[in-house]
Design a protein. Sequence first.
Length: 146
Amino acid sequence: MKVVKYLFALWAGVLIYASLSVVFGALGLSAYSQLEKERQKQEANIENLKLINQELEGSMNSLLYDKDTLAVFARGQGYATRQERFIRIVGLGGEPLNKNSAGGVVIAADPQYIPDRTLRIIAVCTGLTILICMAAFDAMRSIRER
């Protein structure tokens, strides 16, 4: 019966390692939930990029097929026909009116997890602590019986 009791320390260490690994390990639940959040962030970015793409395609089609839109865009960029003249006023800024954004870069963050080596150290220390406590209790019991 004493051997089985001391094997409990080994089983406790294995159980603690397995449970910590499932929750906090590299492939654990914590890392999975972090990756799930990153996936949702990437999906939201993809939807945003799709909207920007639709807007840019609409602008491109307008510039390709509508001469009035092309003329307005050219005037906004500082171009004119031969009959037109521009008067430039210094100090008002000469920035182009149309500022299209092509979207932003969303970089996925690596999931944070506890390294496997640390989990093993925790499990071994816990198992050794249980083993030492059991040995101490058995030693105290044997001393009392004498």
